[in-house]
Design a protein around this ligand. Sequence first.
Ligand SMILES: C=C(O[C@@H]1C=C(C(=O)O)C=C[C@H]1O)C(=O)O
Length: 105
Amino acid sequence: MELLDELEQRNQLHPTTDIISVTFSATKDLDAVFPAAIARSRPLWVNIPMLDVQEMHVEGSLKNCIRFLLHAYLPISASVCHIYLRHAVNLRPDWNLPHFLPHQN
Ligand SMILES: C=C(O[C@@H]1C=C(C(=O)O)C=C[C@H]1O)C(=O)O
């Protein structure tokens, strides 16, 4: 899955040591396969807990879209790169570039 290739490369994530869990949402028009099943076929992803849910349908919202929410261990100062591909880049133009998450104590 291109989305996860970009995620791993741009954030230098190692699946077995860094990733805690992943939730995928898919818009209602996507019904051919579970995104988690595709993700599980990636090298080293077999034991990551995952969940697929259907995205809430809002009239006029982006179609054919898979989103994910991933929890991972990262160095406290790591820059996080949020991945938006193709039409999804318009969802969060403010997150199209790497940025630092605020550090909270
Ligand atoms: C509009 C979006 O989709 C929905 C809205 C979100 C939001 O407002 O943060 C996040 C995920 C989606 O449930 C989006 O991904 O930006």
